[in-house]
Design a protein around this ligand. Structure first.
Ligand SMILES: NC(=O)C1=CN([C@@H]2O[C@H](COP(=O)(O)OP(=O)(O)OC[C@H]3O[C@@H](n4cnc5c(N)ncnc54)[C@H](O)[C@@H]3O)[C@@H](O)[C@H]2O)C=CC1
Ligand SMILES: O=C(O)C1=N[C@H](C(=O)O)C[C@H](O)C1
Length: 258
């Protein structure tokens, strides 16, 4: 059987370098190219290194893994789809409109792919459990906690969690009707009246709590990524699964039996 040929964009970064190790460990994957603007290497890990994506346009490859940064993620994904590379995107910061546009382009191209705000299986379960709990606990706040080099806030995971909760929660403003913020931002970001709070501290990796409150009871769901290796089972799964579908999906749950 032929191997799945993989490109990694952002390979010098925290996630990209972890993904390189994962790809090299898979017998059915072949690393065919690496992309990162901030390196002078011509080759690394047996694969050619590129600094700009346009240099990859004639390459023969199956999957484009992307762990870059929010400001380039949309253009990278569009480029991958337009050149026949199935995207497996971990980079966050997409708008709803951008995701809809990319899905549309993937359908026109009949090309599978995935944008996954979180590849950790435990985080995907946390999001699904939160969606279920919201049916019975409509009052909820999301606290996401990350390392202090993170560029975007709120996290992609928190946004996706809020979207899933919204599917089961009637839109309403939480807290006191006459609540007053005496310090701007004290109540966090507002999504349909539920709140997202972003914590950034050295020492953290990626963590999220979803706190539900009701009459005389509370329910707290929490996931912790202590190490970036936590995301790799999901990335490997995505690389294999994007080969089997014909459009871009949003969320790793599309490839899991939940
Ligand atoms: N979906 C998931 O499970 C996870 C997603 N992430 C997301 O992945 C992204 C990367 O995170 P980190 O690795 O921590 O960041 P990082 O800053 O360590 O790495 C980003 C890398 O991308 C490179 N880069 C920047 N522009 C580029 C371009 N145009 N083409 C190719 N490479 C480019 C940078 O030089 C850097 O080496 C973030 O958006 C983060 O939120 C992070 C962890 C898990
Ligand atoms: O930047 C990170 O580190 C992470 N980003 C993703 C997000 O924004 O949700 C996934 C995970 O939380 C780690």
């Amino acid at each position: 059987m032929s191997k799945i040929k993989v490109i990694i964009a952002g390979f010098k970064g925290r996630m990209g370098s972890t993904a390189v190790n994962m790809v090299l460990e898979q017998a059915d994957f072949e690393l065919v190219a690496l992309l990162d603007p901030f390196t002078t290497e011509a080759e690394a890990f047996g694969a050619p290194v590129f600094n700009v994506k346009e240099e990859l346009k004639d390459l023969s490859a199956d999957v484009w893994i992307d762990f870059t940064q929010p400001s380039v993620a949309f253009e990278n994904t569009k480029f991958a789809i337009e050149h026949g590379f199935r995207p497996a995107i971990g980079t966050t910061g997409f708008t709803e409109e951008q995701i809809a546009e990319l899905i549309e382009i993937s359908r026109l191209k009949n090309l599978g792919g995935l944008i996954a705000p979180n590849f950790a299986l435990g985080a995907v379960l946390l999001m699904q459990f939160s969606k279920s709990a919201a049916k019975y606990f409509p009052d909820v706040e999301i606290i996401e906690l990350h390392h202090d080099k993170k560029m975007d806030a709120p996290s992609g995971t928190a946004v996706k969690t809020a979207e899933l909760i919204s599917e089961n929660r009637k839109s309403h403003k939480q807290g006191a009707a006459d609540e007053l913020e005496t310090l701007a931002g004290a109540r966090g970001a507002d999504v349909d009246g539920m709140r997202i709070h972003s914590v950034r501290l050295p020492g953290l990796v990626a963590h999220q709590e979803v706190i539900f409150g009701s009459l005389g009871e509370g329910l707290t769901l929490r996931h912790d990524s202590y190490d970036r290796v936590s995301f790799m089972t999901g990335v490997a799964l995505a690389v294999r699964e994007v080969m089997k579908v014909n459009e871009l999906k949003y969320g790793l749950e599309h490839f899991l039996d939940l």
